[in-house]
Design a protein around this ligand. Structure first.
Ligand code: ADP
Ligand code: MG
Length: 301
């Protein structure tokens, strides 16, 4: 098959591994820089142009869209969908996952466990907003933050109020969330591909850090999932409409709680922690799911 990895940088670990795994399996692999794609959206024969030429018809694309380029990146993925190209995650699912509030609302409707979460634009009663999620300590999150930046732990109601007021003064949208203390600064990253957890790791924050993000100095190790954790991860990916998802779960005393669902999960941490060929499993899933050339995705707007 002819497969394109939509990525800004061919040197990134995840991009490199997907190319390598695809080539090992005899596929024709390309890296296409999403931000350099352009297109005629009105043509009756949709195409994507790149470096002065129309791109060939790919059998599948693997979007690796960074959070900072969600808007343009998802437009490019949508154009591939218009051409009938299979995308492992559809553009709508990627857009959906980038908004933490929207994601939590969808997951909540399906009864998937998550920390109690409040959201407000400009509350006159910040004290009530805090009380409503169970009182301090609370975690305050920027709606479109990533890699742990914009996630703050407020130990007291007073601290929480000041932080919320500060963020609101900056006109930033925020979530206020129950702090799951018993998670002990750790979370579980489950990589779901095609409705199965194909790899999982535990991430532990650096000493004194409640955020487990590897970008914030966290460390990864192997973990055994309980059946409930496995089911939660699979259900969360399904609810978000994703064939490939990195589902982050906190171990709480009330069972697994989903924090977020990532549509372009990084492969480096999880391949190193599990010593699994995760990139290869992703390529195998695509080879099984995307029918060469005849593939149609729904391309919903
Ligand atoms: P980001 O998108 O920036 O990664 P997250 O919502 O995943 O933001 O939060 C970053 C980290 O902070 C998580 O991986 C987790 O370790 C910790 N964390 C987030 N929310 C909570 C919470 N409600 N209770 C306990 N720890 C949390
Ligand atoms: Mg996270």
């Amino acid at each position: 098959m002819k497969i394109a990895v939509l990525s800004r940088n061919p040197k990134l670990y995840s991009t490199r591994r997907l190319i390598e795994a695809g080539e090992q399996r005899g596929h024709e692999m390309h890296v296409i820089d999403t931000m350099h794609c352009y297109m005629d959206v009105t043509s009756s024969r949709p195409s994507v142009r790149y470096k002065g030429k129309a791109l060939p018809k790919f059998d599948a694309v693997i979007p690796r869209i960074g959070a900072s380029v969600t808007f343009y990146g998802t437009s490019v993925v949508r154009q591939f969908e218009m051409m009938g190209t299979y995308s492992i995650n559809e553009s709508v699912a990627i857009s959906r996952s980038r908004d933490k509030l929207r994601s939590l609302q969808l997951l909540s409707r399906k009864g998937i466990g998550m920390p109690r979460t409040g959201f407000a634009n400009h509350p006159d009663r910040i004290d009530d907003l805090i009380k409503n999620v169970g009182g301090a300590p609370v975690v305050i999150k920027l709606l479109e933050g990533t890699q742990g930046i914009g996630v703050v732990l407020a130990e007291t109601a007073k601290a929480a109020e000041s932080i919320i007021e500060a963020f609101m003064g900056l006109k930033a949208s925020i979530l206020v969330q129950e702090y799951i203390e018993e998670a002990g600064g750790a979370d579980i990253r489950c990589l779901v591909v095609g409705g199965k957890v194909i790899a999982a790791m535990k991430r532990q924050g650096a000493p004194g850090e409640f955020r487990s993000n590897l970008h914030r100095g966290g460390s990864a190790s192997l973990v055994r999932l309980s059946p409930a954790e496995r089911k939660t991860a699979v259900d969360a990916a399904k609810t978000m409409g994703m064939n490939m998802a990195g589902v982050d779960i906190l171990r709480s005393k009330n069972g697994p709680m989903v924090m977020e669902v990532n549509s372009s999960p990084g492969l480096e941490g999880i391949e190193k922690a599990t010593e699994k060929d995760v990139a290869g499993m992703i390529i195998d899933f695509i080879a099984k799911t995307a029918t060469p050339n005849k593939t149609k995705t729904k391309g919903k707007g």
